[in-house]
Design a protein. Structure first.
Length: 256
């Protein structure tokens, strides 16, 4: 059994994830396939929204994963600031791109879903605005990492910004309870239990599990690529430094 602490070793991480990735990919494909079958052939249309309610099966998992990705980044940022571990930095950096992608999907599908219900693609609703802020946070963190490359200072600044931005996550979650918004209150993750019909709940949960498996697979792949990219960059710098030292030694040798 591999000790949990040993997963922080990049070599162990690469070996373990090479075994795990095929299973995550298969789980994502099977769950998503089953979920789509239930969505289009089993789940009923809504009595008010009709077939447009089926946008929910993409929109809601995307919203959950948009927030989940930021929580992953927050946990990794603590690892960067407390232990200054490069694997935590790689996890924080790579999760930002995935989080931005899922947030974008959430915003687009939400706009498409809102048009027939609200008569417009966009309103400055508390939930929509806070989700847009999350998207901008992701873009800002991505731009910061690209500007400062792989410097330790850049990693620390990105980690601090991530922790500061975490305040947006509870705002997104509880905005429908704190303010008068167009969004309905939570109907799945709520204290009194789900209020959504079982015929819609199960396809939604299966789609969410499939999307989560996809996120985990993509995130692990991205971390692996980041580890290998940094390793290649380090070896390239070492080779260049060795070449310069060799050239300088040749210049200092006395002529025969």
């Amino acid at each position: 059994m591999i000790a949990f602490s040993s997963l922080a070793n990049p070599a162990v991480f690469l070996r373990l994830t090479r075994r795990v990735l095929p299973w995550l990919g298969a789980a994502s494909a099977l769950l998503s396939g089953l979920g789509l079958y239930l969505v289009f052939f089993v789940s009923p249309a809504d009595y008010q929204q009709g077939e447009t309610v089926k946008i929910m099966y993409i929109h809601v998992p995307a919203a959950w994963l948009a927030m989940f990705a930021y929580m992953v980044m927050t946990s990794a940022s603590l690892g960067v600031l407390v232990w200054r571990h490069p694997l935590a930095d790689a996890a924080q950096k790579t999760a930002a791109t995935l989080g931005a992608a899922f947030t974008f999907i959430c915003l687009v599908t939400g706009s498409l879903w809102g048009k027939p219900m609200w008569g417009t693609y966009w309103v400055w609703d508390a939930r929509l605005t806070s989700m847009l802020i999350l998207f901008l946070l992701y873009l800002g963190l991505i731009a910061l990492r690209q500007t400062m490359e792989d410097s330790p200072r850049g990693a620390r600044i990105a980690a601090i910004m991530t922790l500061v931005g975490f305040v947006d996550i509870p705002i997104i979650k509880f905005s429908v309870d704190w303010w008068n918004t167009l969004h309905q209150p939570a109907s799945v993750l709520r204290a009194g239990g789900p209020t959504i019909a079982a015929a819609m709940l199960w396809p939604l949960l299966i789609m969410a599990l499939g999307a989560t498996a996809l996120f985990l697979a993509l995130h692990l792949m991205a971390i692996r690529n980041e580890i290998l990219r940094r390793r290649v960059a380090r070896l390239t710098l070492q080779a260049a430094a060795a070449g310069e030292e060799g050239g300088a030694a040749e210049l200092l040798e006395p002529a025969q």
